[in-house]
Design a protein around this ligand. Structure first.
Ligand SMILES: Cc1cc2nc3c(=O)[nH]c(=O)nc-3n(C[C@H](O)[C@H](O)[C@H](O)COP(=O)(O)OP(=O)(O)OC[C@H]3O[C@@H](n4cnc5c(N)ncnc54)[C@H](O)[C@@H]3O)c2cc1C
Length: 470
């Protein structure tokens, strides 16, 4: 049995691991919290007033709840100029005339509020690492590749052992294999989690057969429009997310072959394709027989045809041009003129573990779940995991319990499992609804989106969900 020493180990130094490190270090001053990260280099430290340095490629749409958690860590995204803010969101279909637009006014928020912010991975990680370096009980070991985890110990290698003189229970061998005994071990080591596989957490995994292509682009104006645009194609959505200084992030989820073609196209061909695809407005439905009416209704009398035709194509088009019910005008995205970064491809999978803890080992973030990026929720879910885990540990220790109290960790697992599955179900359904091209789905999709666009209540719910509010 390992000798426990008030030690908590976090494996993985992405945003989720670093957020947990700073939250736990403040909550548990008598514990040492050690974060082991395989990446040898720290993230660059980007100042919150630096808008001159071009945005880095990896960015996230963060909701209000995530921004609040980061603020509890000491990182004020609200005060930073190095972010994009979106006050409205516009989603539309490449195969029907329907679109959906909502903004902060739909939740009764003032015009200074936003639905969410777009922030760089480097900005968050660099600043959280700096905050952690000022916390005496927080320790980050870079270049620490975790090899194996048991219920109370972590084995990891370092290229050069930097931990042998530390005050933790680390011991090193000549080949730099270290072991760290821990009261609690948290796997924040992402999609291919070693912690998860070491402990044999049961996992459900589905490949979407899709790849996300990401890049940074610049528009023809230095002023960034505060709208998040997303147009759905059968292969997946193309999102244009506002940064600052005329820069936008592109996240294009599509078939693997198409992503490869987009990545290999010349910069000018790539930009033309992006402009053509994101610039295309709502399009009338074309049913499988080439008509504008569903085949089963084609033989019906003219009155019914006209009625359905109006419902399917008409409502959406009226909606687009006039204020109808609670609808808002369709807004054309900006013209993109510059490819400002390399293009990266990331494979997309749905993953979920059956339980988020096993004895004193807990999973958070992508180690526990990963979802399609279409709703920009993966990291938001991971940050919400941190918030929930901290709450459960806090209620255990304030009532005299341990950091690895079985009841507290079980409560964490149950609460997050329920929330994540709810979000996962919604995202998975959306993926299928927009993937299908059959007449019935096209008709339902067009009507559904148009009706939601006219309904204040439905849009309020969507806007609240985008903000991460219950
Ligand atoms: C294209 C795309 C766009 C996305 N956009 C959004 C968005 O807009 N909003 C949003 O909320 N989410 C978004 N997501 C999801 C988001 O990227 C992930 O949910 C998030 O990055 C997960 O963070 P994490 O810290 O859990 O894992 P990661 O960011 O994967 O970090 C894992 C860390 O663990 C370390 N590690 C791995 N293995 C080991 C090991 N054996 N030993 C030591 N260290 C190890 C790695 O070095 C890394 O630092 C997007 C995802 C994709 C693919």
């Amino acid at each position: 049995m390992a000798n426990k020493m008030g030690q908590i180990s976090i494996v993985g130094g992405g945003v989720v691991g670093l957020t947990l490190l700073t939250r736990l270090a403040r909550l548990l001053p008598s514990h040492t919290i050690t974060l082991l990260d395989g990446s040898p280099k720290s993230a660059p430290l980007l100042s919150n007033s630096d808008t001159a340095t071009q945005p880095t490629i990896r960015t996230y749409a963060l909701n209000k709840a995530s921004v609040e958690t980061l603020s509890k860590c000491g990182l004020s995204i609200e005060e930073s100029l190095r972010k994009g803010e979106y006050k409205s969101m516009q989603v539309w279909d490449s195969k029907t005339p329907s679109y959906l637009k909502f903004d902060v006014s739909d939740v009764g928020a003032d015009t200074h509020s936003s639905l969410g912010v777009i922030v760089e991975d480097d900005y968050i990680c660099g600043n959280l690492e700096k905050i952690a370096s000022n916390l005496s009980n927080a320790k980050i070991v870079k270049g620490a590749q975790v090899k194996k985890v048991t219920s109370d110990s972590v084995s990891y290698s370092t290229p050069v052992d930097k931990t042998s003189s530390s005050s933790t229970s680390s011991s090193s061998t000549p080949n730099s294999l270290n072991s760290l005994d821990s009261d609690l071990i948290v796997g924040a080591d992402g999609f291919n989690s070693t912690v998860r596989t070491s402990l044999n957490f049961p996992l459900t995994k589905i490949s979407y057969g899709r790849t996300a292509l990401i890049s940074t682009v610049k528009a023809d104006s230095d002023e960034t429009v505060g709208t998040a645009w997303q147009r759905f194609f059968p292969g997946g959505p193309l999102a244009l997310l506002p940064l600052w200084g005329g820069y936008y992030s592109i996240v294009w989820s599509t078939t693997n072959d198409h992503a490869e073609a987009l990545a290999e196209a010349s910069p000018s061909d790539f930009l033309s394709t992006v402009n053509e695809c994101i610039g295309g407005g709502p399009t009338p439905i074309k049913f499988s027989d080439g008509s504008f009416l569903p085949p089963p209704l084609k033989s019906a009398k003219n009155l019914l045809d006209d009625l359905v035709g109006t419902m399917v194509n008409g409502i959406s088009l009226i909606n687009m041009n006039e204020k109808f019910g609670n609808s808002k005008r369709f807004e054309a995205p900006p013209m993109i003129t510059e490819l400002s970064s390399p293009r990266f491809r990331l494979p997309l999978n749905l993953q979920h573990v059956d339980t988020y803890h096993s004895s004193s080992v807990v999973l958070v973030g992508d180690a526990a779940h990963s979802v399609h990026p279409m709703a920009g929720q993966g990291l938001n879910l991971g940050i919400a995991d941190v918030e929930c885990l901290v709450k459960c540990i806090e209620s255990s220790v304030t009532t005299g319990g341990a950091v690895d109290d079985e009841y507290a960790l079980e409560r964490y697992s149950n609460e997050r499992r329920k929330e994540v599955l709810k979000m996962m179900g919604g995202i998975h359904a959306l993926h299928h609804v927009f993937k299908e091209e059959n007449d019935l789905v096209l008709t339902g999709r067009a009507l559904g989106m148009s009706l939601i666009n006219m309904s204040g209540t439905a849009k309020r719910s969507l806007a609240r969900a985008a903000m991460g509010e219950p």
